[in-house]
Each structure stands twice: as structure tokens, then as C-alpha cells.
Design a binder for this molecule. Sequence first.
Ligand code: DGJ
Length: 738
Amino acid sequence: MLCGIAVSLFDCSAAGASCSAAAPQTIRIGTSSTELILSVEGGRLYQNWLGPKLCDEQDLPYVQRPGYRSRNGTYLKRSREVAACSGSEDYFEPAWGIVHPDGNRTTYFYFQKIERRPLLDAQGRRCGEQVDILLADKVYPVELTLHYQCWEEEDVFKLWSELRNGAQEPIVLTAFNSTMLYFDAAKYYLTQFSSDWAAEARMSTTELSYGKKVVDTKLGSRANLFREPFFEIGFDREPCEDAGTVLLGEISWPGNWRYTLEVDNNNVLCVLPGINPAASDYTLAPGQVFATPEFVFTLSYEGVGEGSRKLHRWARDYEIKDGHGARLSLLNNWENTYFNFDQNKLAQCMREARDLGVDLFLLDDGWFGNGKDARSSDKAGLGDWEVNRKKLPNGIPGLCAEAQTAGVKFGIWIEPEMVNPQSKLFREHPDWVIMQPDREPYYYRNQLVLDLANPQVQDYVYGVVKGIMDENPSIAFFKWDCNSPITNIYSPYEGPLQGNMYIDHARGVLSVMRRCAESWPSVPMMLCSGGGGRCDYASLQYFTEFWCSDNTDPLERLYIQWGFSQFFPAKAMCAHVTSWNRATSVKFRTDVASMCKLGFDIGLADLSEDELQYCREAVANWKRLAPAILDGDQYRLVSPYESNHMAVNYVSADGASAVLFAYDLHPRYSEPLLRVKLRGLDPQARYLVKEINLMPGSRSGLAEDGLVLSGDYLMKVGLGAFTGAQCHSRVIELECVR
Ligand code: DGJ
């Protein structure tokens, strides 16, 4: 993506690129199963089709948008223009709002040229196509490039736009959507994901009726605290796991995003994903380019489950940092010690990590700041990334050495975008902080957000990571936290251009993340934001995983993980075993965390000898089954939203291993227990059924334990995996014996 730089957007000399300035009648953009068909009429660009790929070229002339008459026709109707702007003859919600230097607010974009080039994977093989379409106004010197990336097999689209100001004076942007997509159906159902601290990704479904549904965030940072930047739309029926046509869409942006779903008077749905224009009238300087966030989507014709699996494969193959690499199991100290630790205590934690069999010890918040700025609570120290000499006299190098002695890797927590007023950084650089000059400040978690629109501040944040890595090259993991929304909203850097603050801030954050990922490509990094307040695919390009929630009560986690799994692969979702909800067994807690990227955040003193033994085996099982859990296909079988149980199975890409996770939440007395029918297995293959993750000394109560059954049987008849017990879990391995 390009931000704020003057460039030539079209370079037809690129390998494999083809360029055309002649307006084609129809433009086909697509994957193996979905296509978008555009047409140029009167020089303007319209959407004729978005849906299943059409097979016969000869049908294309008949694929037309219904019933629209031109400007001189008899009636006005939504035109289905691909980049409708404010002030045009389309009176519905526009993609762009542009105020030209003379105050005129009208813009009409006309086709200029189209370029196609192959998308290549990491090995240089073709995996899809990128189509770029250049449009320009005839009256004002503004150009818009529409970008479409389509991954053929994964069936995923990524769309974004770039607007160039060719005028000699600034223009002001008042709306900036990544794209506009139109759909025709009798009914539309939106599944949205509300959120809060410890209550992330809660799903609810509502029918979209005439008018607009707007879901957005204005928080700036920790932007997803109250709602998630992704949604599903079911066509003609509610989004359902295994049937029906459904759109799964995500706005890749760590700042203020917005999606608008407008159903018009003819029941046409227009989807407009982009940046939230609230308090963001953006001044674009002459010659500069404004890039929107990317909108990632897929259409599934077999329900949400298939759509999720497409996104999971695509994310691992092309989007998240080190998508094909291994993931480190870990022991974190946050819930165990909070701020109260010293070197000896941490050395003990590292030995416990070794004892558990995990790969890494992760030191959380509280290791920095000195004197009156010591980080002994969340009230001080943020911004002063010097080790606390009282707690850790041998510094981080001393901890790295302890980790080496214990035989585990070492990782560290940072929150480099923020500052406590009680810190050296704040006293030295008050002008680096987003804060209103003449008003009493107010705080969220006693901290303020650094002004990342400012390149000097970006360098400082990058320098935090660099400083730690330069001193400690053996550091094997970062947890990058972000606990506060933007408060006291005024950027000293932007001065009179405050309308640019939120957007430039998000760009600054992404730029620093990108620099870090480029500098340390093999160091895994966890995205965290007071739990799961930041999880979007723009950030995940630079992070291997994200922390789903501080809520690790396994019952709640089942819902949270169910929600996030709609869009993100298990490999990117961190789940830790903690002491939340001690009423549930350690086995239940661990089995829930084992469905994602497994970690622990608990002291071993909290575990009995049997529980510890169980955990060691569970870690070993999780590592052995990683090809299925982390890199395989996920099938959500039984929803906790629709039953008193939950079940999910995973199948490795080579089909050799599969694993079923089955949970009983709060079954009713004498409730009929349905068998769990697996999915994604080879019907011809035979599988050894084995319950694993058993407490020492206990035996499986599963009737099918030890049997060899066909994939056909397991998918049609299923396993009696559920029980009537409260908070009970079973992990069942299916080893393919052919
Ligand atoms: C919020 C995170 O979600 C927690 O896991 C922990 O890292 C704390 N911040 C530390 O302050």
C-alpha cells in the first residue's frame, strides 16, 4: 500500500503485466469460484455482477445491472457505480467525498486504463491476479486507482483504492471507502461481532431492512474494544455453518474503521467498508496519494465454515507473519505474578516452563522504569524502557542467561505506543503525546497515547524494539500490548490539520510494525490490546499471532474462540491456561486452550502432581497434533450458541491426522446427547480412534475408544463424544491408518 507519496500508479513494464487504455466492455475479476464483472458505460465504471463464477463467455453480454436509466433518462435509481462520489447523480451513500480547492464537492470518475498482472507466491508461482483500474475526473485533477487482488485457489479478494490529488492546492476528503459492492437478494442477514474487555467477538445476527446499518469505531487505538472490524452477510437466510451463500468481510485497519450496509428502495444491498470519517476531514496535499485500508472478503456458497477455511488458508499462505512457520508454546507470568516479581522469581518461572515442556518463557508487564517511575503498578513507568534495576539487577541479559540455563527461549512484553504521565519520557517529550494543550487531561488506565503521526515518535517506538534486540539478540518473542484508546484528542504534530490525526496515527502504527517485522523477520510477535482489542489483517502482516482476550475462563473462551475463528486461523489465536474459573478442571481449561496456540499463565504451585503430569502430556500432544490444529482445516461442528455443548475438529493437510475437541458446557438433566459427526475426513480411509489428554490414572469412557472406523462412518454416524457432565471435555485423536 502507498501512503502519502507521489508515485506513478501504473507501471506496465512489470513482469507479466498487461495494460490497456481502451475501455473494455466487460471487466472480469475473479477467483476459481467467484467473480466480479464490471462494465464501462459512457466512460463510467459500474458493477454488473458479483457472485459465482460464470462458465460461458457468450452469456456475458446479458449480465447487466437491472433497470437503470442514464442521467437523461426518466428516473433516478442507484446506478451501481463502482466508485460513486459525493455530488454525483447517485443519491445513495458514496464511496468518496472530495472537496476541491474551490469548494466544489462534486466528482465523477471516468475510466482511463486497466492493468493486469499475476500475483506470485513466495516461490514465484502464480497464485492469482492483481487488477488495477485507473479512473480520473474530467473537471478536477484527481485520479482514483481501484486495486483488486484475487487469490485463485483460496478464493479470497483484497480490495483497496488510492486517490491522487493532482491539483496545485490541497483537497479535503470527507469520505474514503475501500470499495463499494452491490448484492441482490430477497433478504440480507448481518452477523456482527460486538466486543468489550473480557467479552470479545460476541456474535449476534439481525436482518438488514431498508436504510443504513453503520458499525464503526472512534477509539483510534485499541480500536476494536467495543466491536470487531469483520462481519458476515447471509443472503436469503441467516449465516449458517454449512449451507447457504455468505459473505465474510474484514477491514484491515488498526485505527478508526467503519462499515456501512445500505439497503435501498429496490432492496439492493451496498457494502461500503473503509475508514471512519468521524473527526477525520482529511487534507490531502498536492501530488499526494491517499490509500484506503484493504478490504478482505470471500464469498462462500456452502456456509460460513467453508468461508472461514478459505480465509484461514489464505491467511497462513499469504497474509500473517510467518504463516507457515512453527509456533512456540509458552509460559507467561502475568496472571501468576502481576507486577510483583524479581529475578529469582522469574528464574523459577523459567524452570517451571521447562518442567511443563513448553518452548518459551514470556516476561510480561512490570520489568522497566526506575525510582519514582518504577513500574510497580500501571500508574508509572510506561515509556521508560530501561530495566528496573531493583527487581532485575542483572538486566535483561541476566534473564536471557537464566532462560538458557533453564533450557527455554525467552520473550518479553512491551507497550511502546503509550506513556504514563509519571515517566521520564513524558517529562522530556510532552510534545510527543496526544493531549489537549489547555484542558485537564483524562486517562484510560493512567496512560496516554504517543503521537504516532509524528515520524520522530515512529523512530522512537521502533527504537524501543531495536534497543532491546541490540542488547539481547537471543530474545525469541515479543508481546506488543496497546491498552488505551486515544484520549485527550489533539495531535501536537498535526497542528491545524487535526482532521488528519486519526488516519496518520494508524499509518504511523503500521509503518513502525512493518519496520520491526522487516528488521526481525524470524522473531514471532504477539499482537495484544488489553486482551483482543486489536486484531486485523493489516497488523497481522507483521505479527505471528494475537491475544484473543484476558478472559481465560474456559467457558467464556469457547465463545470467544468460536467468534474469532470465523475469520482467523487457530495458528494466529493465542489461548492460555490460567486460574480463571477455578471451578473448572485444569484438564477442561487446557483442552479449551489446546484448540488454538497453546500457552500457560499459571504458577506450577497451583497444580497438583497429577495435573502437572496431565499438562505435560497435553503440551506434547498439542505439539504432535500441530499439523492438524495449527496448519490444517478447521470444522466447527457444534456451536455453543445453539447448544449446551461445543465441538470442533481439525484435519491435517495430508489427511494423516485429525483431532476432535468436544466440550459439555452446562447440559440439562437427562438431555438427549447427539453424536458428533466429524467433517473433512477421507471417507475411504480408516482411522484409529483414541481419546487423549486423559488425567493420569483415568480411562477413556468413550465407547469408540480404540476402534478403527472409516471416515465414512465417522462423518455419517459420528462419535458419542458428549456427556451429561458439567464443564467436561474430550480430546479425541484420529490417526489415519488407511
Ligand atoms: C493487558 C494484556 O491483555 C494482559 O495480558 C497483560 O499483558 C496486561 N495488559 C499487562 O499490563
